[in-house]
Design a protein around this ligand. Structure first.
Ligand SMILES: [Mg+2]
Length: 311
């Protein structure tokens, strides 16, 4: 793949996260969302403001770039620094508690384990994973290791880590695909299925093909979910991408219309779709209004240069 195409995919994954997050944010928790409403609200806003999803995705990218690979201690402290500067991004209750403990000296890879008995299985580590997905796109083993370790900072439950790895792998797979060539849905799903190790995710991925052949938003919500748990949102984002693989706009709008955790499912759908179709596929009416877009683009460009190492 030529360098320009690959760079566009890095940009697409990161900016796609921000666009999906900010478009979905006004509808978080809604049951059903009307298409016209999504477009109307986006049009009214001068700036598309992102939430914790993109804020933490930025932290992941900053840390990967600084260390030319994963460094857990540094990533944790990058999250903390960013959170302290902008605590208003809509963070859930878990991360700030973890940040305080790490700030007080606790180990970055031990604190989250103690939260909610055996760690959180929320989608908080999958929502921010785009930089890891593109950075390690050609190394699935390293991708899993880094997805798990980056998740361990805040979401230590196996289902949380596995959700992050699945989302990262979906991004990696499409990063490796030429956007102009025919897309093989069955092959893509089969690769995801053989990558995940947990039955909960395997079961959900197995339902996607049938849901795609008879599109019904209600069934998607019932069978795949639209909630804050990683297993109730990562397969959903994968579904949303697959329902409209050749249109970033349609995939995102579909994701937000499902309601529920709209910012995060929007962010994750945007990351996959953007990584597949590239930066150019993201409508200008949205990307030109994304908050901090120049900085996010700068991060994507820097990320597309260095050679991955573990740090
Ligand atoms: Mg959010």
């Amino acid at each position: 793949m030529n360098e320009q195409v690959l760079k566009s995919k890095f940009l697409g994954a990161l900016v796609g996260t921000g666009v999906g997050d900010s478009l979905g944010a006004p509808f978080e928790g809604c049951r059903e969302v009307k298409l016209e409403e999504i477009e109307a609200i986006a049009e009214r806003q001068e700036v598309l403001t992102y939430t914790d999803d993109t804020h933490m995705m930025i932290g992941v990218a900053e840390s990967l770039i600084r260390n030319r690979g994963f460094d857990g201690e540094d990533m944790a402290h990058t999250f903390i620094k960013n959170y302290e500067l902008e605590p208003f991004r809509g963070y859930g209750p878990g991360p700030p508690r973890i940040f305080r403990l790490i700030r007080a000296g606790a180990a970055w890879d031990e604190v989250a384990q103690g939260l909610y008995h055996s760690g959180s299985y929320g989608n908080g580590s999958a929502m921010r994973i785009a930089p890891i997905g593109v950075f390690y796109h050609d190394n699935p083993a390293m991708l899993r290791e880094v997805a798990y370790k980056s998740s361990q900072i805040t979401h230590a439950h196996q289902l949380g880590k596995e959700g992050a790895a699945l989302q990262a792998y979906a991004i990696a797979l499409v990063t490796n695909l030429e956007p102009g060539l025919a897309f093989d849905r069955g092959d893509f799903l089969a690769k995801l299925l053989s990558y995940v190790t947990d039955g909960v995710y395997q079961e959900k991925l197995n339902r996607i093909e049938a849901l795609l052949s008879q599109p019904d938003g209600g069934r998607v919500i019932i069978e795949l979910g639209n909630g804050i748990e990683a297993f109730n949102s990562v397969p959903t984002a994968i579904y949303c991408f697959l329902s409209q693989p050749h249109s970033f706009a349609q995939a995102i709008l579909y994701a937000i219309r499902l309601g529920g955790d709209t910012d995060t499912i929007g962010a994750m759908t945007g990351a996959i779709s953007g990584a597949y179709l590239g930066f150019e596929s993201i409508p200008s009416r949205w990307k030109n209004k994304l908050e901090n877009r120049l900085y996010i683009k700068e991060l994507a460009k820097k990320l597309s240069h260095p050679t991955p190492t573990m740090g």
